[in-house]
Ligand binder design. Structure first.
Ligand SMILES: C[S@@+](CC[C@H](N)C(=O)[O-])C[C@H]1O[C@@H](n2cnc3c(N)ncnc32)[C@H](O)[C@@H]1O
Length: 213
């Protein structure tokens, strides 16, 4: 009997803590994305961002009304789904790049199931080559692929990032050499203001471009 109450308490506690993590549902798409994310909350096994970090990315896009987003490192699509959900509200679109075919295909299937495939242009390939070749302008970048290449990704995207835009990078708490070099570089630039998302356990740097050079 006591054990039964214990499990009830755990379930209520869990639903209370995860409830606040999702945005308000306003329409059919919101309902579809939210139920997909809820159903799969414990199924992300491919180096995906946490629910908290997904929500941080969502909020950054909504708060700044960003519409032209790039993700480097799709994996199976958790972060991309959060970003695409936000972009469905701002009228934007996400390009996301993944080198591993199996993960890319899983991500594509996940985007469809979550209902956000119209907001995502998923590309299979090596971001070392694809990122420098991307045409156009962007206002939001999420860097989450090979850490030793972070600085190179930033250097390639800097001229394409609009003033007022934002370059974010994941796993900044891990003390990895490549991430440190990237952070040292971006923090040395006068036209970027870098902060770190407080709630992220893995570390998420958020660098706003304050002006063109
Ligand atoms: C940390 S995971 C990304 C997780 C994803 N952002 C999410 O939260 O769902 C990093 C991904 O980057 C991919 N990757 C690594 N090097 C890459 C490269 N040069 N080009 C494209 N993708 C790459 C890996 O295959 C891996 O799936």
């Amino acid at each position: 009997m006591k054990l039964k109450y214990f499990w009830c308490f755990i379930i209520v506690l869990f639903s209370c803590t995860s409830h606040g993590q999702y945005p308000e549902v306003e329409n059919e798409l919101d309902r579809k994305v939210k139920s997909f994310l809820e159903e799969n909350a414990n199924n992300w096994r491919d180096m995906n961002v946490s629910l908290t970090d997904g929500r941080i990315l969502y909020d950054l896009i909504i708060e700044n009304n960003y519409t032209k987003a790039l993700e480097i490192g799709t994996s199976t699509g958790h972060s991309a789904i959060w970003m695409a959900w936000a972009l469905s509200k701002t009228g934007g679109k996400l390009i996301t790049i993944e080198i591993d075919k199996e993960r890319y295909l899983k991500a594509k299937a996940n985007f469809k199931k979550a209902g956000v495939d119209d907001y995502i242009d998923a590309r299979l390939g090596d971001a070392h080559e694809l990122v420098p070749g991307l045409p156009g302008k962007y206002d939001f970048v999420f860097s989450d692929a090979d850490k030793y290449w972070y600085k190179n990704y930033f250097v390639a995207m800097d001229p394409k990032l609009e003033a007022g835009g934002c370059f974010t990078a994941h796993n900044t708490s891990m003390g990895i050499g490549g991430v440190r070099d990237f952070l040292e570089y971006i923090e040395s630039l006068d036209n970027y203001r870098t902060t770190f998302a407080e709630k992220s356990r893995s570390g998420l740097s958020v660098s706003y471009k304050t002006a063109e050079k």
